[in-house]
Design a protein around this ligand. Structure first.
Ligand SMILES: [Zn+2]
Length: 186
């Protein structure tokens, strides 16, 4: 009873087996989906669309099975008759799975995966946006991390919800801006 669930490593292995074929595919240059698979670092787990990864230990196939942030996704949706065989399955992070198109023709999904902006570049862009938002320059960054570091941290105790350097970049950047303003530095 019940469908035996397919292992994530089985899916990764299936596409890796095809890697040589991928690299030789005539339309590799035009086909961004194939290009992404061909360039994937298969010894570490990552979302096939955006390349997002989380720390994973080990360099065997189990890295894929242990990657909880990755979901098994159908190229052609199961609800539209897509099979649960390995050639219809890919591994995407939760965010990409949610954002990916749900249509019968597999090509739309492949196109989407191929075109998806990388997680790294999105992160860099959003970081750049925050620095721009608060007009924080490189000069200011150097200022708070140099001689003024202690003073900056002290200022943060009174003006910032938590100690800078944590996960929340907006807080950190706003703090730099606020501190520099209080010092008259532009
Ligand atoms: Zn992703």
């Amino acid at each position: 009873m019940g469908r035996r669930s397919i292992k994530k490593s089985t899916i990764a292995k299936y596409w890796l087996k095809d890697k040589l074929n991928l690299l030789e595919a005539k339309d590799l240059k035009e086909n961004k989906f194939l290009m992404k698979l061909a360039l994937q670092d298969w010894s570490e787990s990552a979302c096939w669309a955006c390349g997002r990864y989380e720390d994973d230990s080990g360099h065997d196939w189990n890295v894929w099975n242990n990657a909880k942030y990755l979901e098994i996704c159908h190229l052609c949706p199961h609800s539209l008759g897509g099979s649960s065989k390995v050639d219809n399955l890919v591994l995407l992070c939760k965010k990409c799975h949610k954002a990916a198109p749900d249509v019968k023709d597999k090509e739309f999904m492949k196109q989407w995966i191929g075109a998806k902006e990388s997680w790294m570049s999105m992160q860099t862009k959003s970081a750049e946006n925050i620095f721009e938002l608060y007009n924080v320059t490189d000069k200011m960054k150097t200022y708070v991390s140099g001689k003024k570091k202690k003073e900056f941290f002290k200022w943060c105790d009174d003006n910032v919800g938590f100690h800078p350097g944590g996960e929340n970049l907006a807080t950190y950047v706003a703090a730099i801006s606020g501190f520099c303003k209080s010092k008259g530095l532009k």
